[in-house]
Design a protein around this ligand. Structure first.
Ligand code: DGY
Length: 326
């Protein structure tokens, strides 16, 4: 049994999610609520051959230096901005992620946020609970119409496309920015690829679906927010740092835009008492885009498949740095 490779699993996961690892490797599992690699796991980095990480664990140069035998990093997320991929590639370590299985759940959440912000659900619900619902008010809690409005998708990847599909079904016009043309979205939803500035100035809803990279960090800055319509709603289910949060606070409190709905923030968790929590036009969710029973389980299973492939020296089913294979 001792001959099996050691895998560090950064967080405890529900029963059965790691079943495929049984008999294939030895695992050391961290606490479910770990915010960093637990010290008792970090102490075993020198022997570890595999790492199963969540997006809250920085897989950086220091971690890699402490793990000379590491042969695979498997991140249970589609995003991998927590991983120093270039450093892994230099070491020849393949990095796995979990695309596809979370597309619909994340698109559903993006659309739920869009609808909730459009119809001011958090404010309306809070008012009802607080006794401020005194009659049927003709002009009370008025929100935004979706029909014939324009949805701007920033990043027409799998999730952006799935959100566009939902938007089209609700009667929204779709515009998008992306490095390439997305033929299926153009054919099926009449989506139009437009320059970023045009997307900002014409969209009633702007939904972010780009990865966090050097190019997208701070993409939604003061200039971008000032270009948006005063009635516009910003939805972010991508990564917090894509938005300049200080500029967003000013945009929301000074009426440059109407509302924002954020599933991701900087930092995460957004600390209690953060000024954004005080804004009635800012809906904040605790990064739950992929949080459905089936999706999270499928993400874990895919991360296990990546991990096992890496331990056996096979190509990972989903590898973000295929350069390691020459
Ligand atoms: C991801 O996978 O990158 C999401 O942010 C969490 O599911």
């Amino acid at each position: 049994m001792d001959k099996l490779p050691l895998v560090l699993v950064s967080h405890a996961l529900p029963e059965g999610w790691l079943a495929s690892l049984e008999g294939r490797c030895r695992t050391m599992v961290g606490p479910a609520n770990a915010t960093a690699l637990a010290a008792e796991l970090a102490a075993h980095l020198p022997e570890a051959e595999g790492l199963f990480s969540l997006l809250t664990i920085p897989v950086d140069a220091a971690l890699l230096a402490a793990a000379p035998r590491l042969r695979v990093v498997s991140n249970m997320a589609v995003g991998y901005d927590n991983v120093d991929v270039a450093a892994c590639t230099r070491r020849g370590i393949p990095v796995g992620n979990t695309p596809g299985v979370l597309t619909d759940a994340t698109a559903d959440l993006a659309f739920a946020l869009l609808l909730a912000a459009a119809r001011r659900l958090p404010e309306a619900s809070a008012d009802a609970r607080a006794g401020r619902w005194t009659t049927w008010e003709p002009a009370g809690w008025l929100g935004a119409d979706l029909t014939d409005a324009t949805l701007g998708i920033v990043g027409m990847g799998k999730i952006g496309y799935a959100v566009a599909r939902r938007g089209h079904a609700f009667g929204l016009r779709i515009v998008y920015t992306d490095p390439g043309t997305h033929d299926a979205a153009e054919r099926e939803f009449g989506a139009t690829r437009v320059p970023f500035d045009a997307l900002l100035s014409t969209s009633d809803f702007v939904s972010l679906h780009c990865p966090l990279t050097a190019a997208t960090r701070g993409l939604i800055d003061e200039a971008a927010l000032r270009r948006m319509k005063p009635s516009a709603i910003l939805v972010n289910t991508a990564r917090g740092p894509v938005v300049d949060q200080e500029a967003l606070y000013h945009a929301l409190s000074e009426g440059w835009i109407a509302a924002a709905a954020l599933d991701v923030t900087t930092p995460e968790p957004l600390p209690a008492g953060h000024p954004l929590y005080d804004l009635p036009n800012c809906l904040i969710a605790p990064h739950i885009g992929s949080a459905t029973h089936g999706t999270r389980r499928r993400m874990a299973e895919l991360a296990c498949a990546n991990l096992l492939a890496g331990l056996s020296g096979e190509r990972l089913p989903h590898c973000v740095n295929p350069a390691v294979y020459g």
